[in-house]
Design a protein around this ligand. Structure first.
Ligand SMILES: [Cu+2]
Length: 288
């Protein structure tokens, strides 16, 4: 005996509701790109490069959604078209279907090749380094905070878990970040940059970006680096050129001229008492 008429119609209604909800979701995502939902969960980008990263994220999801739609469509079509209890007229269940097997192999290979090509293209663009950057910041991730050397301006600042570091950047100016670590692997991450890069002892990783929105943005370490990993917080202040210059002048007036080699403040004794002295003499890789 087959399913009753009411069971069949409620199943058809369920299919209709599912497809309707999917279309509404797709419509919302497409129409309001400046909301969190429209950005498909991504934070609001605050750099020039962010728009490229955001559209990469959105387009990847749209491609995945199209594949999903096709697959769900075929599933529901099979459920509805072959819903009879009798097997009369159904395809043979015990034999492979060569054209379908080839499709299963070729279609994913094409999709992955396309995703790979787009990823490689965007990654090359985002990690491109230019020779004539006006601002260079040396970023030192250390146990357990961050040091920032304003290489182009001869000043530095550093933080501790109790008083997180503050990084100041002038708006609409391209900045190069040179990342180093004196101890273990950290990862420099400002969520609203839509970008992060590992900070690896013994090597320098670099990237560039152009902040294009004034504001204060939270940053953190994105690599589980040890006990106080969660205390590796910092703030990024994107400000006007005039405010940036005033901040650099204030750092210098406070004695923070030059650059830190290991980023951290030297501590004495095993209680971790802070002498207040900043290490400006050592080389990267010391203070193990
Ligand atoms: Cu860390």
């Amino acid at each position: 005996m087959g399913p009753t008429r009411s069971a069949r119609s409620s199943r058809a209604r369920l299919v209709g509701v599912t497809i309707g909800a999917a279309l509404v979701l797709a419509g919302t995502a497409g129409c309001s790109a400046d909301t969190r939902l429209g950005r498909l969960g991504y934070p609001e980008p605050v750099t020039e490069q962010g728009s490229l990263l955001l559209s990469f994220w959105q387009n990847t999801w749209i491609a995945a959604f199209c594949v999903g739609l096709l697959t769900w469509g075929l599933i529901f079509w099979a459920i509805i078209a072959y819903r009879k209890r009798t097997h009369e007229g159904a395809p043979l269940q015990t034999r492979y279907n060569m054209p379908l097997e080839i499709l299963y192999t070729v279609a994913p290979a094409i999709m992955i090749a396309a995703l790979f090509a787009i990823t490689a293209r965007d990654q090359a663009e985002i990690t491109k380094l230019t020779p004539d950057v006006k601002n260079t910041v040396g970023v030192i991730g250390f146990k357990w905070n961050w040091g920032f050397n304003y290489e182009s301006d001869g000043a530095y600042e550093t933080g501790t878990p109790a008083k997180p570091a503050e990084l100041w950047l002038p708006v609409d100016e391209r900045v190069r970040f040179d990342l180093t670590s004196p101890d273990v692997i950290h990862s420099f991450w400002v969520p609203q940059f839509l970008f992060k890069m590992d900070v690896v002892p013994g090597r320098q990783n670099s990237f560039e970006l152009t902040p294009n929105k004034i504001g204060v943005f939270a940053g953190k370490c994105a690599e589980l680096c040890g006990t106080y990993h969660s205390a590796m917080l910092f703030n990024v202040h994107v400000v006007s050129r005039a405010d940036y210059d005033a901040h650099i002048a204030a750092l210098k007036a406070a004695g923070q001229s030059g650059s830190l080699q290991t980023g951290r403040i030297i501590t004495t004794g095993n209680a971790g008492g802070n002498t207040g002295r900043v290490d400006t003499s050592g080389t990267t890789g010391s203070n193990k």
